[in-house]
Design a protein around this ligand. Structure first.
Ligand SMILES: Cc1ncc(COP(=O)(O)O)c(C=O)c1O
Length: 489
């Protein structure tokens, strides 16, 4: 472990134990340097790491402060799914019923999976679409077949270089959004009946893909503070013939948690030792609030076992449906599967995004987008504190656009969702994020839309709906569980 990682761990322990209280300012740089005998850059790097973990937050000209969410304890066992038996998945009806209900125009989109399209540079992108398409050769229909448009793949490769990673050009396969990349990866490494490790709670599309391909899910607990439970994963790997893992390492959907660098390394080592492929879903990586883009687990892969999937859907152009996978040793197989399923990603859209990445000012746009998300998060948290009862807990995310609420134990999030829809508000209820329909008292909220009076009213309305006896599970008390309640905001 590096010195700055060791220092970050020491400070994290002090924060979690309450030694450095919630809301307090971290000791001065000078103090930490003297106390721990480390350099200024070590302290700063440790602070960046703590920020990445969501434990501290920089305040302009005032220093670093411990975030309210830093006190949230790990979910008690009853809340986080314990290591489930390998499960045949039946999630699709539940997910569609929730997503369909939220599709009506005019609904306040707190349950949406998308950020506001108004945050994207559509006019500038259109210019790139025109330019990119104009310069296409008539032969591009053939030339841009999988693995995809060379210009675009080079631009994607450059973004890896920007993170200090050199990903071979041949590994990058362009797909119809990240979702296709993830599905192709799963198809490349499994056969019907295989067991796949997924996070719990985790992105419902992973469960839907598992259901569609007739696979079995092994749910690995994902803690709302520390993320993936690596010990549980180790035990699952001992117990089941797990064929592959499908995990998020940055700003996980739905919890917003980012795994520490050590955890990413340990994950890659654990899987590498057993030759188990990792399908890494990293669609929110560019939406970091800290200084640097968090590294993917792919950064630590020396065996070609990690398939790193992402897209431009969450940051630039959702409707263009352009994503990719950097597929390691599986690139050829994935390329063929792509040809056999949807043949190619849209050729004009590939050319347009390639042109935008080269000339359109993507990094400048991302800086604006992150600032918007961060300010929307601040507004959302302020409204949550204003209106929701104090037993409601969450960890302040450090990127992405989701916040995962733990409501009092007695709340039935599915009932809350049904009543909220009647009031014109969508939420994403916890049970859609687990094969076993757990997390009955949890809800994912989206803060990826401009804050306005409608949002404020929606959160106030949710607080009123929470008082309705119809959202209570019978026989469960209303207080939040003891362990979680210590992380009060
Ligand atoms: C975690 C996660 N992965 C993948 C996707 C799919 O991305 P795309 O729209 O690029 O297919 C989504 C979209 O909601 C998502 O939330």
């Amino acid at each position: 472990m590096n010195r700055y990682e060791a220092l970050a761990n020491t400070l994290a322990d002090e924060i979690r134990s309450g030694h450095i209280p919630i809301g307090s300012r971290l000791p001065s740089l000078r103090h930490i340097i003297a106390q721990h005998g480390v350099s200024q850059s070590t302290v700063l790097r440790a602070y960046y790491l703590l920020e990445e973990w969501g434990l501290i937050r920089a305040q302009e000209r005032s220093g670093y402060f411990v975030t309210p969410g830093a006190g949230v304890k790990s979910a008690p066992k009853a809340q986080a799914a314990s290591l489930a038996e390998s499960t045949r998945v039946d999630i699709t009806d539940l997910v569609f019923s929730v997503l369909d209900a939220a599709k009506h125009p005019g609904i306040v989109p707190l349950g949406s999976a998308f950020p506001s399209p108004l945050l994207f540079p559509s006019a500038r992108l259109l210019k790139s679409l025109v330019r990119g398409t104009r310069s296409l050769s008539p032969w591009s229909t053939v030339a841009d077949l999988p693995p995809g448009n060379d210009h675009l793949r080079r631009q994607i490769g450059l973004r890896y270089v920007g993170m200090g990673l050199s990903v071979p050009f041949d590994e990058i396969v362009v797909t119809n959004g990240a979702l296709e990349a993830l599905n192709l990866c799963l198809m490349a490494v499994t056969r019907p009946g295989d067991a796949i490790a997924v996070e719990s709670p985790g992105f419902y599309a992973a469960l839907q893909a598992i259901e569609r391909l007739d696979l079995r899910a092994v749910e690995i607990p994902f803690d709302p503070v520390t993320g993936l439970d690596l010990d549980a994963l180790g035990r699952a790997l001992d117990k089941y013939p797990i064929r592959a893992c499908w995990f998020m390492t940055n700003y996980q959907n739905p919890t917003g948690v980012t795994l520490s660098v050590e955890k990413k390394k340990a994950l890659v080592e654990l899987l590498g030792a057993r030759d188990v492929p990792l399908i890494e879903d990293d669609v929110y990586q560019e939406l970091h609030f800290g200084r640097d883009r968090p590294l993917p687990a792919k950064a630590f892969d020396t065996k070609g076992l990690v398939m790193h999937c992402s897209s431009f859907s969450k940051t630039l152009a959702p409707g263009y449906r352009i994503g990719w996978v950097s597929a390691g040793r599986f690139a050829d197989k994935i390329q063929r599967l792509k040809l056999m399923t949807t043949l190619s990603a849209s050729i004009p859209a590939q050319a347009g995004i390639a042109d935008y990445l080269q000339y359109g000012g993507y990094d400048k746009h991302l800086r604006k987008l992150r600032a918007a998300m961060r300010s929307q998060l601040t507004q959302t948290e302020a409204a949550l504190k204003r209106w929701l009862p104090p037993e409601v807990r969450w960890v302040t995310p450090n990127g992405g656009y989701f916040v995962w609420l733990q409501l009092p134990d007695a709340v039935d999030a599915m009932a809350l969702h049904r009543l909220a829809i009647k009031h014109g508000i969508s939420i994403a209820p916890g049970p859609i994020f687990s094969a076993t329909h757990s997390f009955q008292n949890c809800v994912r909220l989206n803060y990826g839309h401009a804050w306005d009076a409608k949002m404020e009213d929606a959160i106030r309305a949710l607080s009123e709906i929470l008082n309705d006896p119809a959202v209570r599970v019978s026989g469960v008390g209303t207080a939040a569980s003891e362990e979680v309640s210590r992380g009060n905001l």
